[in-house]
Design a protein around this ligand. Structure first.
Ligand SMILES: [Zn+2]
Length: 59
């Protein structure tokens, strides 16, 4: 699992998302999901990958 720092493009709320895939590759740097602050689905910008370890498990 990889942790990503994502930021809501609407309200700017930052949060950590833990997923098993590379968000840069899958979403092209953006991901559309639920924002608890907006209380609706919004585009989130992928800010950074969180954590030091590299998950080497292929694509
Ligand atoms: Zn939001």
């Amino acid at each position: 699992m990889t942790k990503w720092l994502i930021k809501c493009s609407k309200c700017g709320n930052e949060r950590i998302l833990e997923v098993s895939f590379n968000l840069y590759l899958v979403g092209g740097g953006r991901i559309y999901l639920y924002c608890p602050r907006c209380k609706s689905n919004q585009f989130h910008v992928v800010v950074a990958r969180v954590g030091e370890h590299e998950a080497q498990q292929g694509e």
